[in-house]
Design a protein around this ligand. Structure first.
Ligand code: SF4
Length: 70
């Protein structure tokens, strides 16, 4: 899987960081930064929660078939 962020939508709420701190970081005043843009399957649940709970729907997951998706 690959994470896609629409930075025009991100308002820095940091919900994503709370859900998946190994994958997302949000500076105090700024927009999300992706630490792992192709996280392993072990992060999928947390990333899914981040996508679901992001208040501005700025995040999405793209499923590429790749070794990380196993
Ligand atoms: S939860 Fe959404 S709006 Fe908030 S920092 Fe993360 S991507 Fe941006």
């Amino acid at each position: 899987m690959r994470i896609v962020v629409d930075l025009d939508l991100c308002q820095g709420h940091a919900v994503c960081q709370a859900e998946a701190p190994e994958v997302f970081t949000v500076p105090k005043r700024g927009k999300v930064e992706i630490l792992l843009d192709q996280p392993s399957g072990a992060h999928r649940a947390a990333v899914g929660d981040a996508v679901t709970y992001c208040p501005t729907r700025a995040l999405s997951i793209v499923d590429d078939s790749g070794p990380d998706d196993r």
